[in-house]
Design a protein around this ligand. Sequence first.
Ligand code: FAD
Ligand code: SIN
Length: 537
Amino acid sequence: MQTDFLVIGSGIAGLTYALKVAQECPGKKVTILTKTQSDETNTKYAQGGIAGVMDFDNDSFSKHIEDTLVAGDGLCNKKVVEIVVKEGVDRINELIEWGAHFDKDPDGDYKLGKEGGHSESRILHHKDVTGAEMERALLDAIKKCKNIELISHCFVVDIITQHHLGYLVTKSTPDIECYGVYILNLTTKKIEKIIANITMLAAGGNGQVYRSTTNPAIATGDGVAMVYRAKGRIENMEFIQFHPTALYEPGLRGHSFLITEAVRGDGGILRNVNGEAFMERYDSRKDLAPRDIVARAIDNEMKINGTEHVYLDCTHMDQQKFMEHFPNIHAKCLGIGIDVSKDMIPVSPAAHYSCGGVKTDEWGRTSIHNLYAAGECASTGLHGANRLASNSLLEAMVFAHRAYKDAVFNTDARTIPPVNGERAFPDWNAEGTTAPGEMILITQSLKELKLLMSDYVGIVRNDKRLQRANRRLDLLHEETEQLYEKTELSPQLCELRNMITVGYLIVKCAELRKESRGLHYNTDHLQRSKILQNTIL
Ligand code: FAD
Ligand code: SIN
């Protein structure tokens, strides 16, 4: 298959970009690939909302910029922060034009929520299911574009570069080019190639590398792993954001239900098992301090008291308002026997967001030519060492837009090698592989990976733990590569391989950062370095 614009991912970044290029270039073909159902994305699960300066009487660009810089703990790229905050408002208005609805008060003004690290109320939201509303609006708009084809159940395995034409490609090869991708078509069960003029990587996050995460099963870091294998630049992978308040359900591992930070924005109070409101002991902003601080405080309280959770107390809040703003959370809690008007909600931190990823410039260009990246898989410079709440949906839209501008400008100038003939890209070589004999070889390794990442590379780290994680990852890597060489590809095997790569990148970056900053907290290096730098691999 050949296409003009190839998009990997159907979350907010991929869909926004696809819509824009399709509308600008009606004569060109846009192909979106997504590995499961089209709406199964991190985007769909976003609760709190999208940050943006909408109330210029009380808020300003400079306040939003300052809040983002403070949360990012010295590592944000200030120019990028300014771009995202200032251009974000236009992107939000476009989303509204495409049909997304945000909650309004009776006067018709947007109801603006508040979350940790924000000095003003500036979060637009659709009750507590903002992401689902955005995803719906974008998918509806996509359906109206005749030149977009969305192919679901299509697993992208690898990016095609000169390497596949037989050239030696290393990290120092100056002009690595992307020509498309190899996919595992889950409908035909065949490995096929898609050759593309321009490719956009919008493959989302990697929370599944950890045992407990707010991310759905699709978030396995495939995009970052693919780019790393293709010798592209990756940065800041040590900055994994743990959301302070995932619902604690005993025995449940994997995809945890989120209790949005907006609940604390509306007055919810964190209490330890003794009922003490502990946040004032950690930060003057108490429950609304930036996420890294709140997650570490909870982690500490859990360790001191030997518990697996703390509580979020909403019993004092106006219950009518709670129901209106958080109907989904209310229903979920009731479903497991928690009446938020009487009972405190048990919560614990869970892996939530990857601040680092595929390094891009301010137009979403990666270090590989004709490959753009946007959304959670990208590292644009916005988040630095810690993302400010509700800035990621905004970033995804701003960079999808910037990448579209650049890609449309570049597309006609591009020539790709012929698809057929002697110099054609080879078909996938599956010679010598057989059907997977025992799935246990994959599932057990996955369990081990999640456990070691959670126990050794979690909220609090030290050198010994990182060293141990590295050694265990080496073994998992070796065994999985052997399996990969001999076994027919399956999404499970590819995802395991990708998650091991992502685990390795997180550990490697964490080992290189000899200080504690933002989301990276190493008890052997509590001092802060005076030299501010990203960790680039
Ligand atoms: P995603 O929406 O995750 O989409 C990734 C896409 O890539 C999917 O379609 C997937 O199928 C596809 N894909 C991945 N790998 C492959 C592959 N190998 N082959 C083919 N397709 C592939 N941010 C905010 O700003 N505000 C919030 O309120 C907020 N709340 C959140 C709540 C939760 C529970 C979670 C998990 C995240 C939240 N975030 C929030 C973060 C935000 O939702 C995500 O960062 C953002 O939605 C990511 O969008 P994306 O387009 O980059 O990726
Ligand atoms: C939340 O609603 O608490 C999540 C917001 C975010 O991740 O930005």
